[in-house]
Design a protein around this ligand. Structure first.
Ligand SMILES: *Cc1c(COP(=O)(O)O)cnc(C)c1O
Length: 488
């Protein structure tokens, strides 16, 4: 495959995308006096229009996207995003509203916020939601701040947050950022929280248990009610990481499991294209006891109108400008309303079915450290391929040659050489079969020609990149002596 050059490499001095005819009115330079204008930007590429268009069109064709094919990144819920959500978010009343518009001119937008909060309360079984947090990790931090505020009011702020060893890395980071010490608790042989170990770890300085359910192995914590009772008995709170809500919608509700705080990832469970740093939203739901602490503004109904209430003395304050990533909320509302209650349940049922179809089809060909029935995702490992010198990285890179996006690798940490696969409900059976056949072919190759895997990908524009160089040695400015950049 030909390498697409950088736009700088095709630059030629004096080339322009377009030229304007000579001015036929006087040039009023004085009008631009105070504008930060530059005639030339040093080192800026100079190319014709057709070169620009072709360059960026070709680059766009190198992209992989959920609109192109299977995207089984475990934990990320890379589902297809129905275009009707985009249509709703693009309506001028939503897309064009000024963030400082007074409430009386933004009743429709406030209604979207209120309706979404109410629907999320119903779906998750919680008493109140805030839509402000910008992503899941931000929601975790806000959830921890709510717990801290409540415990401080009780006069017993406490110091420690318990987190299972299978947790997403953002969990300990969020707890730490909120000033807590993190204590890890071990999983049992089935990949669930070891309840006896938890009981011992629940000392009087524990503020909360942060639990993901179903956890990152795709395993449901069947003892959740008992866990919640233990946590509450010791005066601590139960935080649930709800990033895996795609397995539960319409089937069971975290609130009914006695969870006190939960974050949801609208950009996972409730669609919205994500990846590449696009905007998301990590709403936080709470039980009554924590509701007074929610961030301001809180949208409330008053005399038939909606107002954004700022004056709430116990609130932890503002955590995001304006009302968060509002258009993500519009998309989630469109998604929820277009599916309806029955559709949401079917969404979760099919997500679980698809994951189990893959698990059963690849069982024995790839190793399953936790063979217990799983929900919406399954975690294989490279244990059976390791004797041939083939790692999960080699398998992931080879999948690119078969035209699919690699799954999540090396997470959760309790599975060495993990390959974590989450197909979501949106994949047709045919796509699942293509993936399964590719994985089987790769397992055969691992035995017969491991070298082929170790040098993969062969059909991609680039081979193996140094995975940390871009972060450790960022090159942010083009210079002439980079004409022949090294590409190892
Ligand atoms: C994705 C994810 C998070 C973090 O959410 P972001 O929106 O990426 O910040 C936290 N926990 C789990 C289990 C996740 O899958």
């Amino acid at each position: 495959m030909n390498r697409e050059p950088l736009i700088f490499e095709v630059s030629d001095k004096g080339k322009r995308a377009f030229r304007l005819p000579k001015l036929d009115v006087p040039f009023r330079k004085d009008l631009l006096e105070n504008c930060p204008l530059r005639r030339e930007v040093e080192g800026f590429p100079q190319v014709s229009e057709v070169e620009i268009v072709r360059h960026f069109t070709r680059l766009s064709q190198l992209n992989y996207a959920v609109d192109i094919g299977f995207y089984p990144l475990g934990s990320c819920t890379m589902k297809y995003n129905p275009k009707v959500n985009e249509r709703a978010a693009a309506l001028p009343g939503f897309a064009g509203v000024h963030p400082l518009a007074p409430a009386e001119y933004a009743q429709g937008c406030l209604e979207v916020i209120k309706r979404t909060e109410e629907l999320l309360c119903e779906i998750a079984g919680m008493d109140a939601f805030t839509l402000q947090p910008a992503a899941g990790a931000h929601g975790e931090l806000v959830g921890m701040m709510l717990i801290r505020a409540r415990l401080t009011d009780r006069g017993d702020p406490r110091k420690v947050v318990l987190i299972p060893d299978s947790a997403h890395g953002t969990n300990p980071s969020s707890a730490h950022l909120c000033g807590y010490q993190v204590r890890e608790i071990k999983s049992d042989g089935r990949g669930r929280v070891d309840v006896a170990g938890l009981e011992r770890a629940l000392t009087p300085d524990v503020a909360a248990l942060m639990l993901t359910n179903p956890n990152t192995l795709g395993v449901f914590e069947t003892e959740i009610k008992k866990i919640a009772a233990l946590v509450h008995d010791r005066g601590a709170f139960l935080y649930m990481d709800g990033a895996n809500m795609n397995a539960l919608c319409g089937i069971c509700r975290p609130g009914d499991m006695d969870v006190d705080v939960i974050h949801l990832n609208l950009h996972k469970t409730f669609s919205t294209p994500h990846g590449g740093g696009g905007p998301g939203a990590g709403p936080v739901g709470v039980k009554k006891e924590l509701a007074p602490y929610l961030p301001v503004p809180v949208v409330v109904r008053k005399e038939g109108r909606l107002v954004a209430e700022e004056d709430r003395p116990e609130s932890i304050g503002r955590v995001r400008t304006f009302n968060g990533n509002f258009l993500v909320v519009v998309k989630a509302l469109a998604y929820i309303l277009s599916l309806g209650a029955e559709g949401l349940r079917e969404m979760s049922e099919v997500a679980v079915l698809n994951a189990n179809y893959i698990r059963k089809s690849l069982e024995g060909i790839y190793h399953l450290q936790y063979p217990a029935p799983t929900l919406h995702e399954c975690v294989f490992s490279d244990k059976l391929q390791k004797p041939h010198g083939v790692s999960n990285l080699d398998i992931a890179k080879r999948l690119i040659d078969y035209g699919v996006h690699p799954p999540t690798m090396s997470f959760p940490l309790i599975v060495p050489g993990a390959l974590m696969i989450e197909p979501t409900e949106t994949e047709p059976r045919r796509e699942l079969d293509v993936f399964i056949e590719a994985m089987k072919a790769i397992a055969r190759e691992a035995k017969e020609s491991p070298e082929l895997l170790k040098s993969a990908p062969h059909a991609a524009p680039v081979r193996r990149l140094n995975e940390t160089a871009a972060a450790r040695n960022p090159v942010l400015r083009w210079t002439e002596d980079m004409k022949e950049p090294s590409r190892t």
